[in-house]
Design a protein around this ligand. Structure first.
Ligand code: PLP
Length: 467
């Protein structure tokens, strides 16, 4: 553990500094900012050299212990990590697989709900349970999901009796299997709310409810969205893991990440701040290309959401981008002023120095749905490899990057079965390949509440059903 525990500060300058435990339960800061460690801890070379011989769980311990304080002992942290990953279908947890000499996939979908959100959510639910048992408290969890977070959160918290969990998803805008993973869980503490709107609108409702500080305090509301620091923290681990399996000292590696809320790729940026050698982080976008446009024009301007075959990244408001801008500028006044512009005018402009700073670590290329189809088809025809549409966005985008890297690693964020309807329109996807645990979802009854895009209504419903 750290001798001097890290404190967490808000990207918008609120004076309170939080301890690890509080930051896990707090979600948004009172000023609307996101929490971020006051400074980045580093892992020195002598530790990094041990990683090729360590398991995923051992690497996770080395990384995560840099961020926690003595509210949790070393042995408790180890046992939380071990139980978080015991239900994964791969012993490696996040195996690195080869497409060809240059291209690899980092498979993040071997958890219970078949997408990468399980990696953080399994850990967070165990961690929160640990703290709740210690203090004899209960919580109400709220999150908006573009499809995968909700399932992972419900799976993590369904047996945690000291919690109730409310998940908002955009009605009819996620895949059938994504929905069934959430709505077929038969547990008293789970509430699924389908909002007649898009993901950004669900996210706005959540943010508004959290900004009602009285309601938040009295109900012990907790966010598990990708704004939750613990999510990002868990995702740092697999960048270290992948690098340790691919000799990142010899190889200059590009990581290509299908990006929505900027949580997954921001974790890679933190890994580099902690001492990991990373070539480039490529922000792969679909037609919802706000971040690609930001990097090329400096103008961060939201448009209407376009619904694509990769729904988990059909997002215009990329919350965690704020964390990057804060890390680069260290200037909360600047963050306040651009966030003000964004909510008033739907856009802000970044000075060229900031764009060139971002471009030192990041590239960004957008991919359209025809390109997604074509790469899914090519990979299947040539090599019988099946990738999901999000992974396809990542891979196709990496192929647009300049050729200065030794290896391109695409983060494979979902199992293809989660998007089997899309995939079977492109290739001959054999239903026999559907895993048993997914097949069983089809016979189960679904439970969900459909609601208008109306904050007052949603808040009332939540109030009525809280613990
Ligand atoms: C959530 C998600 C993403 C995007 O991750 P962010 O951290 O929001 O950028 C990409 N692919 C899949 C399958 C997801 O579920």
């Amino acid at each position: 553990m750290n001798k001097e525990p890290l404190k967490y500060i808000s990207t918008r300058g609120h004076q309170d500094k939080l301890d690890f435990k509080d930051v896990i339960f707090e979600g948004l800061a009172p000023d609307g900012g996101l929490y971020i460690p006051e400074k980045w801890p580093t892992l020195n070379d002598s530790i990094l050299k041990t990683f090729p011989n360590k398991t995923y769980q051992e690497i996770a311990y080395d990384v995560i212990s840099m961020f926690v304080d003595d509210s949790i002992s070393n042995s408790d942290l180890r046992s939380i990590i071990n139980s978080s990953y015991k239900n994964f279908r791969s012993q490696d947890i996040t195996p690195v697989t080869k497409i060809n000499e240059k291209e690899y996939l980092l498979e993040l979908f071997h958890g219970p709900t078949y997408a990468f959100k399980d990696i953080a959510m399994q850990f967070i639910s165990q961690l929160m349970r640990f703290y709740l048992l210690k203090t004899n408290k209960s919580i109400n969890i709220l999150a908006a999901t573009s499809g995968d977070t909700g399932a992972a959160a419900i799976e993590g918290f369904k047996h945690i009796q000291s919690s109730k969990i409310f998940i908002l998803h955009p009605y009819k805008k996620i895949s059938e299997i994504q929905r069934k993973f959430m709505t077929t869980i038969d547990s008293e503490n789970v509430f699924n709310i389908a909002i007649k709107g898009n993901f950004d609108e669900c996210q706005i409702i959540i943010k508004k409810i959290f900004s009602d500080t009285k309601f938040k305090k009295s109900k012990n509301l907790t966010a598990v969205n990708s704004i939750n620091w613990a999510r990002i923290m868990c995702q740092i681990v697999y960048y270290f893991y992948a690098a340790s399996r691919l000799d990142n000292i010899k190889n200059n590696i590009l990581y290509s990440v299908p990006t929505g809320n900027f949580g997954d790729i921001f974790a890679g940026y933190i890994a580099s701040k902690m001492g990991l050698k990373i070539g480039t982080l490529n922000i792969a976008t679909n037609e919802n290309d706000i971040l690609t446009r930001t990097l090329t024009t400096g103008i961060h301007k939201t448009k209407d959401v376009i619904f694509t075959t990769s729904p988990s990244i059909d997002i215009q408001v990329s919350s965690n981008f704020e964390r990057l801008l804060f890390d680069i500028t260290k200037n909360p006044d600047f963050i306040n002023s651009i966030m003000n512009d964004l909510s008033k005018n739907g856009e802000y402009t970044l000075p060229t120095e900031i764009i060139s700073d971002i471009s030192k670590s990041f590239s960004s290329y957008t991919v359209n749905q025809a390109e997604v189809e074509s790469i899914i088809k090519k990979l299947f025809d040539k090599q019988k490899i099946i990738i999901d549409p999000h992974t396809a966005v990542g891979l196709a985008s990496s192929r647009k990057c300049d050729d200065k890297h030794d290896l391109n690693v695409t983060l494979s964020t979902a199992h293809p079965v989660k998007f089997k309807d899309t995939i079977s329109n492109i290739i001959d996807y054999n239903d026999k390949e559907i895993p048993k645990s997914v097949r069983s979802l089809f016979n189960k009854e679904e439970k969900l509440h459909i609601m208008e895009n109306d904050i007052v209504m949603v808040q009332k419903f939540i109030e009525k059903n809280t613990i």
